[in-house]
Design a protein around this ligand. Structure first.
Ligand code: MN
Ligand code: MN
Length: 301
């Protein structure tokens, strides 16, 4: 259970996210640089009194999650694509997490619609005592009604202070998980959809641009020790981007130091996640607070 102050921070974080969800629709257009979307959105979070809870994710087509612009990124939003902008704000370590899918190809519109409807149905079913597997069943059946497929190995998640994935998962398919929703918990619910002919699963891509602090001991150089201290004090246990180190560290120095930290498991890297068969993926996500009768959406109306 969160106290009044914690709930106030969650609400403030959610209000910032809800406001930015509207702006994302205007920002994302073919030809716009992904780096600009990341930088601008993260700056707006700070302007409104929050901090990015993790680097803004820009997922184009089959890229389902964990792509953020590396320093100097030249990627632009392609014509005729489906783009997922997944972002979150933290206030005092209390995180709300959301995602908006913007579609520039009419044929792919149903993927976004199905994800939105699955999220709506999941939220309506989300209340204390309900099994998380029941939410997965609701998500799966909604998506299948569209003749589409959910991504089975990506899930929503319970949120705790400074912890985005806090143990309990919200599946996007039915199953045997008997874990139940409890009053006072905060969850991100995030259905992902793809085409029926797709595998409906993600695999690790070859690159990683998002990182997270793991442990304090093991850095071998002065630079890597300095970088680790910086990471710990600025991002705590929340994910960060190598872009975020640019203001304080020279780029090559940071690159080498980060490599040392990953090698010695002081920092872990999140590989970009892509749909196994290269098919497009849409996503819809809100963060909710569970109350006695149901839940309230923190990241939207
Ligand atoms: Mn998210
Ligand atoms: Mn999430």
């Amino acid at each position: 259970m969160f106290d009044t102050q914690a709930l106030g921070s969650f609400r403030k974080s959610g209000e910032i996210v809800a406001r930015l969800r509207k702006e994302v629709q205007m920002m994302v257009k073919p030809g716009v640089q992904a780096l600009r979307i990341c930088d601008e959105l993260e700056q707006k979070m700070r302007d409104h009194g929050g901090k990015p809870a993790f680097p803004v994710n820009v997922g184009i087509n089959e890229v389902a999650a964990h792509y953020t612009s590396p320093p100097g990124d030249t990627l632009t939003i392609p014509a005729g694509c489906l783009a997922k902008i997944d972002f979150g704000v933290q206030v005092d370590g209390y995180v709300t997490d959301t995602s908006v899918t913007v579609c520039f190809e009419p044929r792919l519109e149903p993927l976004a619609q199905a994800a939105d409807e699955a999220l709506g149905n999941a939220i309506r079913a989300f209340r204390p005592g309900v099994k998380l597997s029941e939410i997965g069943r609701v998500v799966q059946s909604t998506i299948q009604k569209y003749g589409l497929r959910p991504i089975s190995n990506l899930t929503g998640h319970k949120i705790e202070r400074y912890t985005i994935h806090a143990g309990k998962s919200v599946p996007n398919v039915g199953g045997m998980n008997g874990t139940r929703i409890e009053e006072g918990e905060v969850y991100a619910i995030e259905p992902f959809t793809t085409l029926a002919k797709a595998a409906g699963a993600v695999v690790n891509g070859s690159s990683a641009y998002i990182y997270r602090y793991v442990k304090p001991k093991g850095a071998t150089t002065e630079d890597s020790k300095k970088l680790l201290a910086y990471i710990q004090s600025n991002f705590s246990t929340l994910p960060f981007a190598s872009r975020w180190l640019d203001k304080t560290f020279e780029r090559e120095t940071a690159k080498k130091a980060l490599y040392d930290l990953i090698k010695h498991k002081c920092v872990s890297a999140y590989p970009v996640l892509v749909e196994q068969t290269g098919n497009p993926v849409a996503q819809s996500e809100h963060t909710v607070l569970v109350n006695r009768e149901g839940c309230t959406i923190l990241t939207g109306p």
